[in-house]
Every structure is written in structure tokens, then in C-alpha cells.
Design a protein around this ligand. Structure first.
Ligand code: ZN
Ligand code: ZN
Ligand code: ZN
Length: 363
């Protein structure tokens, strides 16, 4: 299913007009592909969409990267700049006479500082509150890509369940996970956290040369992209039979994760999903081991709005997609996490990840 960039552009233009903003500037990051289908390379060269509330949009792009852009003349004109040209002056010209301009969050500061100097009477404001409103509420086209990406990770989990863990290093296993993520249908493999034994107590552990051994819990958290949309799932493995402490903690974690997912429906505050998840863990006396928020939105970015965290009173709406991923971390000893991506539906929730949530006992 293709994305309707024209409709997205029309919607953002009407928000710009309502808010008295003359133009939107988007550079590196996920807002640009959301509106144009083009993702800028993360380099020092300037790529910038100038989208005025009214009138023609232009995409300022390095000449050597212009062949990567699919021409969409009804959306924007391509303005390719040569190596000897000053690309910022092209943006400055396009912004001539503007009073208020919204700038994407991930624009390099060197470009924003240059624009502020060249246009002293223009006020620059954050584009994030505007672009978020649109990106938060996903269409069926976007949810179906998230669903496909989640299904690909589920197939990797099934293969992992039948894999030998003991004797391999975290790094070797992470490479296998990344390879399988591609084999199972991702366009690109994103990240693979393999955290074993005491390392499992570090939620964003970077895989090392540590050799996985009997008795370890192993947290495997990975994802990739299909059609630009991300997957992100976590399952926990234990090498050999788990200790009673680990087995008991896992039962609490599983109940917390399930309760969190079951709380998801339109009208519920994001903070409430975090609160019900945390309450199960607190009640079991394990609250000190749960050291991060319950989840994050997902889409063109692995982490985006809405954040499932205390204090976020945003009401869930159909089309919002995010992770529910409580974890327990016993410093120096073990860690465990269960992560699924879910989507809010008109009457409740759809789990995009379907793989079993048990504590996987492996060799
Ligand atoms: Zn994470
Ligand atoms: Zn994850
Ligand atoms: Zn996550």
C-alpha cells in the first residue's frame, strides 16, 4: 500500500496556516521521509525541504545525492546544489519575507545558526509539535508495515528458541540475529542487543565477547525496517533450567506486560499503561528493578511519540503504535525484558508481535 504524501502535505499545510507559520523546514531525520518518501543521508552536506504554507515546496539536495530522490513534481521541486555552491543561501532565498518558520528537530545546529544569522527578523520555532500530531496517528498503510516488520521478528524468535546459546559470544549471537532479521524479510537489520548473565542487567547493553554460559539469562532485543517502518521486540532466554528467583521474577514480568497490553484502548492515558504495568511489579516487591519507562512509540523511528511514561497524559487514539516492554534488572546478576509492539484499534488493541512470551529455556 502506497503512502499518500499529497494528503500528508495538505494536512501539514493547514496546520501551518492555522498556527500562523509561514514555512516548514525538514532536514535529516524521519519527518522528511514522512512527507516526501525521501530520507536524507546523515552527512555534513545540507538536505532541506522548504515547505511553505502556501506556494511551491523545494527540496535542496546535494547534486551527487539528487539521483536518490524520486521526483514528485506535484509535491516539491528539486534544487540540486553543486559542491562549490552555498546551499544555505538557497534556503535563505526561499524564506525571503517569512516571519515564522518551523524547523525539524534533527536539523544540524550549524544550519539553523546560519539561517538565524542570515534572517535576523525571522522567528524560528520547533516543527516537532506539528509533525508529531500527524505521525502519531498512523494510517492503515503504516500499521500494515509495522505488522509485517513485527511478524519478521517473530520468525527470528522462533529460530532463536531452537538455537544453541551456551559457548557462543554475545557478539556472535547478535550477528546471527541480524542475519536472520534480513532472511525473515527486513529490508535492513537495525540493531541487536544480546545481553547475557550480569550484562543482562544493562537494558541497552552493547554485545561483547562474553561467552554465554549455563545459568545465564539472555535478553535479546532487536529490530529492523520494512518499507521504512521499524520493528523492535525483546524476548528473554535462560540457558538451562532457571533458578527459582529468576522463574518467580519472570512470572511477575509476564503478568505486568500482559496487564499493560490489556490496558491499551482509545481514551486511556499513556501514563495509565505505564502505571498498571508498574503496579504489578511494585506489588511483587520488585519495583526497584524496573528502571525505565514502559514503552515508546514506533514508526519511521524506533523511538518516537507517544512515550508510555508517568506524566504523559496524552489520550491514546486508534492508529497509535508503541512498545510495551517492562524489564527487571538485578545489578551484577541477571536481567529480563518482554517487549511487544502494539497498535491502538477503534475498540482496543492489536498485538503486532505474536511470538510466545515465555521464558525460553535453551541449551
Ligand atoms: Zn530500548
Ligand atoms: Zn527493544
Ligand atoms: Zn523498544
Amino acid at each position: 500500500m502506497g503512502h499518500d504524501y499529497t494528503a500528508r502535505t495538505r494536512r501539514v499545510r493547514s496546520i501551518l496556516s492555522d498556527e500562523g507559520i509561514d514555512a516548514l523546514l525538514l532536514s535529516v531525520g524521519a519527518d522528511l521521509p514522512y512527507f516526501t518518501g525521501y530520507e536524507a543521508l546523515l552527512t555534513e552536506r545540507l538536505t532541506m525541504l522548504v515547505l511553505p504554507a502556501e506556494g511551491d515546496a523545494s527540496l535542496v539536495v546535494p547534486r551527487l545525492e539528487a539521483p536518490r530522490v524520486a521526483a514528485s513534481p506535484d509535491l516539491f521541486q528539486i534544487r540540486a546544489w553543486e559542491e562549490t555552491e552555498d546551499p544555505l543561501s538557497l534556503v535563505v532565498q526561499a524564506l525571503d519575507g517569512t516571519e515564522v518558520v518551523a524547523v525539524g528537530d534533527q536539523t544540524w545546529s550549524v544550519f539553523l545558526l546560519g539561517l538565524q544569522e542570515a534572517l535576523p527578523s525571522t522567528r524560528f520555532t520547533s516543527a516537532a509539535p506539528i509533525t508529531q500530531q500527524l505521525r502519531l496517528r498512523k494510517g492503515a498503510d503504516e500499521i500494515s508495515l509495522l505488522r509485517a516488520a513485527a511478524a519478521a521478528t517473530d520468525r527470528v524468535v522462533e529460530r532463536l528458541a531452537a538455537t544453541m546459546f551456551a559457548g557462543r559470544t554475545e557478539r556472535q549471537l547478535a550477528a546471527t540475529v541480524a542475519e536472520w532479521a534480513l532472511e525473515e524479510g527486513h529490508d535492513t537489520a537495525g540493531f541487536a542487543i544480546v545481553a547475557s548473565g550480569p550484562n543482562a542487567a544493562s537494558p541497552h547493553h552493547e554485545p561483547t565477547g562474553r561467552i554465554i554460559e549455563r545459568g545465564d539469562t539472555v535478553v535479546v532485543d532487536f529490530g529492523g525496517r520494512i518499507g521504512g517502518y521499524c520493528s523492535d521486540t525483546t524476548r528473554t532466554f535462560v540457558v538451562g533450567e532457571p533458578s527459582a528467583e529468576v522463574a518467580d521474577a519472570y512470572r511477575v514480568l509476564e503478568e505486568a506486560q500482559r496487564t499493560g497490553v490489556e490496558a491499551v484502548r482509545p481514551g486511556v492515558a499513556a501514563s495509565e499503561v505505564d502505571a498498571v504495568t508498574r503496579a504489578i511489579i511494585d506489588r511483587a516487591g520488585l519495583g526497584d528493578l524496573f528502571i525505565h519507562r514502559t514503552g515508546h512509540g514506533i514508526g519511521l523511528e524506533v523511538h518516537e511519540h507517544p512515550y508510555i511514561v508517568a506524566g504523559n497524559e496524552l489520550r491514546l487514539e486508534p492508529g497509535m503504535a508503541f512498545s510495551v516492554e517492562p524489564g527487571l534488572y538485578a545489578p551484577g546478576r541477571w536481567g529480563m525484558r518482554i517487549e511487544d509492539i502494539v497498535a491502538v484499534t477503534p475498540d482496543g488493541v492489536e498485538r503486532l508481535n505474536q511470538s510466545d512470551r515465555r521464558l525460553y529455556v535453551v541449551e
